[in-house]
Design a protein around this ligand. Structure first.
Ligand code: GMT
Length: 379
């Protein structure tokens, strides 16, 4: 198949999922065209089956907001015609599903039918999409897609609760390339760069938006390090970073917290981690938790959104109510306080991650493409 993929190319779960999906589809023989405003961060290898087409939005002083959707739909029309793209998979309803619908209508005028698959990732539904300013357009875009997927059952339920949806929504979970998280070749001396032998390594990775509740990460870590030697690896950039650094200074723990910024060595850091913290306010799935689990790192998280579908309470880690620092601390100390228990949780975490193997999930997208193409041919 010739598949077009539209996504946000930045550091963030939806862009990662879209990129890894495209790369795997190309390995499975499909021709994949990424159409977006910047080369996706994890799209390093271009091959004859992976192509990237940049959407340019010329700046014009008259416009307060540059019309990205317009540029995207025009580019989609051009690329579909030029490369004979058969199906378009857009990640995020806002504004991608909307721009895709415009492209589809323009192509229809020329007798070309372009089926659209929309994947909902979370922010487009729970955080931004349901805002009254966007709601009508998001509802319309979802209902006009030829197929719709959500990354968890929880996100599907939220979408049906928040919008007037006439379309079927299939749940296709986030996935992971387990081979990348096997960590063969990393040695114990590399762990020594991050912490002393007797120190436990606690890790948090996110884009440090308020929804991630990064202050809870610091509070839980503060409590842990009072009970045992520990270091916190804090990975990511975002609006809360300065406040977090300030909080660490106030608490007198700056020497125990390592800020990595946007790191390309996440696999290495996870490989040496003993515990992952994800106390988010809401999370449609929690890809970062899955990446930690695939590295054999137990997860202490909130019990919100789709996280309980990934992190299994008492098996791969523990779930607590949002903001319940005491419960998260208690659970973290329970896992870290006993070497045998820690070993069991680590093994369980890796084991639970196997459910989300890309070899199981990517074929689900392929079937959706095939069914959608077949359905659209009949129409
Ligand atoms: O929240 C983020 O870190 C980024 C965000 C995004 O839009 O890229 O992630 C969302 O999509 C991911 C991939 O499907 C999910 O794993 C995240 O849980 C989801 N984030 C939220 O729902 C807040």
């Amino acid at each position: 198949m010739k598949i077009g993929i539209v996504c946000y190319p930045t550091f963030g779960g939806s862009g990662v999922v879209a990129t890894e999906l495209g790369l795997e589809l190309s390995k499975r023989g499909h021709e994949v065209h990424f159409i977006t405003y910047k080369q996706p961060v994890r799209l390093e290898l271009l091959s004859n089956r992976v192509h990237y087409h940049e959407v340019n939005v010329p700046e014009y002083p008259l416009f307060h907001y540059q019309p990205y959707e317009l540029a995207l739909s025009s580019k989609l029309v051009d690329m579909v015609k030029l490369h004979k793209i058969e199906i378009l998979h857009v990640h995020y309803a806002i504004p991608h599903a909307y721009a895709a619908y415009m492209a589809k209508k323009m192509l229809q005028e020329e007798g070309i039918y372009l089926p659209i698959v929309t994947t909902l990732h979370g922010t487009d539904i729970t955080l931004v999409g349901s805002h009254p300013f966007y709601k009508s357009a998001v509802t319309f875009s979802i209902n006009k897609s030829d197929a719709v997927t959500a990354v968890s059952q929880s996100l599907k339920d939220d979408t049906l609760r928040l919008f007037d949806i006439k379309n079927e929504i299939s749940v296709v979970s986030n996935f992971i390339d387990l081979e990348k998280y096997k960590h063969e070749g990393f040695t114990d001396c590399q762990r020594g760069i991050m912490a002393k032998d007797d120190e436990k390594i606690i890790t948090h990775i996110s884009n440090l938006r308020p929804v991630k509740r990064v202050h809870d990460v610091i509070s839980v870590f503060y409590n842990i390090q009072k009970e045992m030697p520990a270091k916190l690896m804090f990975i990511g950039e975002g609006p809360e970073k300065e406040k977090v650094e300030q909080k660490c200074r106030e608490l007198g723990i700056s020497n125990k917290v390592v800020f990595f910024g946007k790191s390309n060595e996440i696999d290495k850091i996870l490989c040496f981690s003993d515990l992952f913290l994800l106390p988010s306010q809401t999370e449609s799935f929690g890809l970062a938790a899955l990446e930690a689990m695939a590295s054999g790192v137990p997860v202490i998280s909130s019990n919100t959104g789709g996280i309980p579908e990934v992190n299994i309470h008492g098996i791969s880690g523990y779930l607590s109510n949002v903001g319940d620092i005491d419960d998260m601390t208690k659970n973290a100390l329970h896992i870290l306080g006993n070497e045998n228990r820690l070993k069991t949780f680590k093994a369980n975490a890796r084991n639970e991650s196997l459910k989300f193997d890309l070899h199981k999930i990517v074929p689900q997208y392929e079937s959706i493409y095939e069914d959608t193409l077949a359905k659209c041919m009949v129409l």
